[in-house]
Design a protein around this ligand. Structure first.
Ligand code: SF4
Length: 74
């Protein structure tokens, strides 16, 4: 088993979406990319700085590690 990839800012961002494949892989997709081409659909992780960051309402995300091993709040 491999450790989850640290997501940085995306781990606590309102716009982050966790996409799971049928093969068990998971990817973090930026919801802002749907309407704004300045944001990559699949940002390289960890994201250290982003002008589109908006804090998630989900306070259960592990802010200490910044890991995307749980689905972010939608
Ligand atoms: S807006 Fe920025 S911080 Fe938020 S999910 Fe997209 S790339 Fe990550």
């Amino acid at each position: 088993m491999t450790a989850p990839t640290p997501a940085g800012l995306c781990a606590n961002c309102h716009w982050a979406r966790l996409v799971r494949t049928t093969r068990g892989s998971s990817f973090l997709r930026c919801g802002r990319s749907d309407e704004d081409s300045r944001y990559p659909k699949y940002p390289p992780l960890p994201v250290q700085s982003c002008s589109g960051f908006a804090p998630s309402d989900d306070q259960s995300t592990d802010t200490a590690s910044g890991r995307a091993d749980r689905p972010p709040a939608l």
